[in-house]
Design a protein around this ligand. Structure first.
Ligand code: SF4
Length: 238
C-alpha cells in the first residue's frame, strides 16, 4: 500500500518544486476542489484521462457550461484542428509522481504532455495514490512494464506488448510511447494545481501489490474504456 508518509513526502516535494497541491482523502472530495479550480467559462482538454473519467467530471463540467469536452469521433480526428482549437485548461492525470516531486509521463501523440508545460493557461492534475513511485527509474519501468502493455492490449492495438505483455521498444506504427516527459519543477508559463487523492485512480500499479488491489484498478480502467467505446457505437438497428 502507499504509505501515509509517502503522501506527505510527495506533497512536500511537489510544493518545493513550485506546484500548488491540495490533498483529499477520497476521490469524492476531489470533485468540488476541481470544479472550484476551473473557471466556468474555460474550455477544457481532458485527453482521455481515465482518472478524470472515473469521477464523472466530463458531464459535471459540461452541464455547468464548460466547453471543449467532447471527444473527436474516430476518423474525424485532425492535428490541424487540435492546433487551431487550443483550450484554456488541461484536466488530466499523470502516469507517475516521484517521491521527490517530479511528474513523469509517456505519451503517443504528445498533445497531453505538451499542454502540461506549454499551450494552455492552466493545468489541473488529478493524481491517485497509486501513481506515487520512488523515483524516475521506477516510473519509467512501470510505464513500460505495466501501463503501456495493459493499455495497448485492452485497446486492441497492434503492438508487440499487447500480445506479450512486455515492451521491446518496438517500431510499430501504433506505438503508444513516443514521447517521455519529466517535469522537474512547475513550468513557468502555466498555472498548475495538483489534487492528490489518498485512493487509487486511473491506470497504474506496482506488480508486487496484492492481486485484489491490482484487479480493482484494472477493472475500473476497463469499465471506463468500455463506456468510451460505447459512446461511439452505432445506434442499434430497429
Ligand atoms: S514501445 Fe512498443 S512494445 Fe514498448 S510499451 Fe510502447 S508500444 Fe509497447
Amino acid at each position: 500500500m502507499t504509505a501515509k508518509n509517502d503522501i506527505e513526502t510527495v506533497i512536500k516535494a511537489l510544493r518545493n518544486n513550485n506546484f500548488k497541491v491540495e490533498y483529499v482523502e477520497t476521490a469524492k472530495y476531489a470533485i468540488p476542489v476541481i470544479l472550484d479550480r476551473i473557471p466556468v467559462d474555460a474550455s477544457i482538454e481532458m485527453a482521455g484521462s481515465m482518472s478524470v473519467a472515473q469521477l464523472g467530471l466530463r458531464d459535471m463540467l459540461r452541464n455547468r457550461g464548460n466547453k471543449g469536452l467532447d471527444f473527436p469521433k474516430p476518423g474525424e480526428f485532425s492535428f490541424e484542428e487540435m492546433r487551431k482549437n487550443r483550450k484554456d485548461v488541461l484536466l488530466v492525470s499523470t502516469n507517475a509522481v516521484t517521491l521527490d516531486g517530479k511528474l513523469i509521463n509517456i505519451d503517443g501523440m504528445g498533445n497531453r504532455v505538451a499542454c502540461m508545460f506549454f499551450g494552455v493557461k492552466k493545468v489541473v492534475l488529478l493524481v491517485g495514490a497509486n501513481k506515487i513511485v520512488r523515483n524516475v527509474e521506477e516510473a519509467l519501468e512501470r510505464a513500460q512494464k505495466v501501463i503501456a502493455p495493459y493499455h495497448a492490449k485492452y485497446l486492441g492495438l497492434n503492438t508487440p506488448c499487447a500480445s506479450t505483455g512486455e515492451c521491446c521498444d518496438c517500431d510499430s506504427p501504433q506505438r503508444i510511447c513516443n514521447i517521455t516527459t519529466i517535469l522537474s519543477k512547475k513550468p513557468p508559463s502555466v498555472d498548475f494545481d495538483i489534487i492528490l487523492v489518498g485512493e487509487d485512480l486511473g491506470l497504474g500499479w506496482d506488480p508486487d501489490w496484492p492481486e485484489e488491489r491490482i484487479e480493482k484498478i484494472a477493472a475500473t480502467y476497463r469499465d471506463e474504456i468500455d463506456k468510451f467505446r460505447a459512446s461511439f457505437s452505432p445506434p442499434p438497428e430497429n
